[in-house]
Design a protein around this ligand. Structure first.
Ligand code: HEC
Length: 146
């Protein structure tokens, strides 16, 4: 009984302690605005229901990849907030160039000047809000505490 409670407390601390303050850029965002902006700017490629393009793992003839889903079946939640933000703002080429990869051919356009930084965070927060709680927790743990 006693040991059980200690174990439970440790689990609660592990789950709530570290990730709770990680990834805070996506907290307290305007999810309604994010959803509207998503439909206006992202849905054409990533799907109205965040389902991505068909066969998104198979490269196109020009070597680019199709748009992946943003729901939990994709890999958006594998990436930390900073990468998601830069991928949206700078586009695929820009985000990878900023990380020293210059020869990557990406079909993900840059949204710098199309939407504001705040709007990018709103869109990403909307995407996150569609994930099951378990996936949201894993995603938060991908973000270093800051
Ligand atoms: C013209 C089609 C197109 C539009 C519009 C588009 N994307 Fe993408 N996006 C892509 C493609 C293609 C990729 C695949 C990655 C690559 O090849 O670089 C991608 C990848 C991504 C990634 C990195 C992969 C991942 O799942 O983490 C993010 C984040 C992303 N897009 C966010 C957005 C957001 C947010 C919007 C709307 C503001 C948007 N995209 C609009 C085509 C598009």
């Amino acid at each position: 009984m006693g040991r059980c409670r200690v174990k439970r407390l440790v689990t609660v601390l592990l789950l709530s302690g570290t990730p709770a303050f990680a990834g805070h850029e996506l907290f307290d965002r305007d999810l309604v605005a994010g959803q509207t902006l998503y439909q206006d700017h992202c849905a054409a490629c990533h799907g109205a229901n965040l389902e991505g393009q068909p066969d998104w793992r198979v490269p196109n003839d020009d070597g680019t990849l199709p748009a992946p889903p943003h729901d939990e079946t994709g890999h958006t939640w594998h990436h930390d907030n900073q990468l998601l933000f830069e991928y949206t703002k700078l586009g695929g080429r820009g985000a990878l160039a900023a990380r020293g990869v210059s020869d990557f051919n990406s079909a993900m356009p840059a949204f710098d000047g199309v939407v504001t930084d705040d709007e990018v965070w709103d869109i990403l927060a909307y995407i996150r809000s569609t994930w099951p709680e378990r996936v949201q927790e894993i995603h938060a743990s991908r973000n270093p505490k800051h």
